[in-house]
Design a binder for this molecule. Sequence first.
Ligand code: SAM
Length: 334
Amino acid sequence: MPRPMASEEPFAHLEVGPGRSPVDLWCEDAVAGLPRRLGPGSVDVVVTSPPYNRRIRYGAYADNRPRDDYLGWMRQVGAAVARVLSARGSFFLNVGGAPSDPWLPYDAAREVGRPFVLQNVIHWVKSIAIDRAAAGRAAALDRDLAVGHYQPLGSDRYVHGALEYVFHFTPHGDVPLDRLAIGVPYQDPSNVARWAGARGGLRCRGNTWFLPYPTIRIARRDRPHPASFPPELPEWCLRLHGVGRIRRAADPFVGIGSSAIAAARLGVPFVGFDVDPEYLRLAVDRLSEAGGGRRPGASEPAPPARRPPTAPRRRGAAAPRGRTARSTTGSASD
Ligand SMILES: C[S@@+](CC[C@H](N)C(=O)[O-])C[C@H]1O[C@@H](n2cnc3c(N)ncnc32)[C@H](O)[C@@H]1O
């Protein structure tokens, strides 16, 4: 597949929300672009979802490499991220599998994660069934509950896939996390007094995150990318790392900009890469339009992050092609 030529200007430079949070989007191969555009140790959080090699029909990328090629590429992605991630940084890698290929996410994570320590494994649950009896009386369910979306699977061998993984890598396995930034309220208030860490009546959410996709009505309009994640997924990753400790976040496979939207909501400077200009155009549209109100269930805006002191900011960076460079629509989250 032909790679886009390296350019000295980003595909788009936006300043989003009241904090004018800078977002740079590069139409560039991630492995080449990360070290070219970002200084060593200059990124505090990388949150990304690479292609899974599952024959997804992307616009500009053929998602059907021989397995060994794909895994070799994943190793290069890990090495490129390791060059730009700070010593106390977090690298959140979202990978899903196919029911018929359950090793895929583990194989990919093993290769990407070679330069890192695997600090946490989070299960992103997209759909779940909860039996009324198991939920207990406090839940006050009047029937069994099934929530979220999954791809129905016609198989007598495999159960359908209702989760993906978020592998949390760090350079040394010792990065402190702001667990209560995405905490959940204690069900039993007596536990608040019992546990010293129960700040504000919250406990750690744990390693299962239930985040359904929003219901879609028109696929081309509401889900214009075949494998995007909801912005809440990267938002929770950024919050878990600790927004106040993020000088800059990056996504090497930014697609239609879900992680950029998450960063903008939190006031975190952001750099993203994708080889597909059409997806980047959509990312610019979404960032520009994202000021129109917080989705139900989205979290409260966090305090703005610190600006990167040493970040190589581009001067006079290009406006997104065909669009204004500055979003005037307010915060992406409210
Ligand atoms: C799983 S999708 C990411 C979707 C994104 N998380 C979102 O929510 O929109 C993977 C993306 O990687 C892009 N891609 C494929 N090869 C690439 C490369 N060498 N460098 C950068 N991006 C690439 C594809 O165009 C695709 O948009």
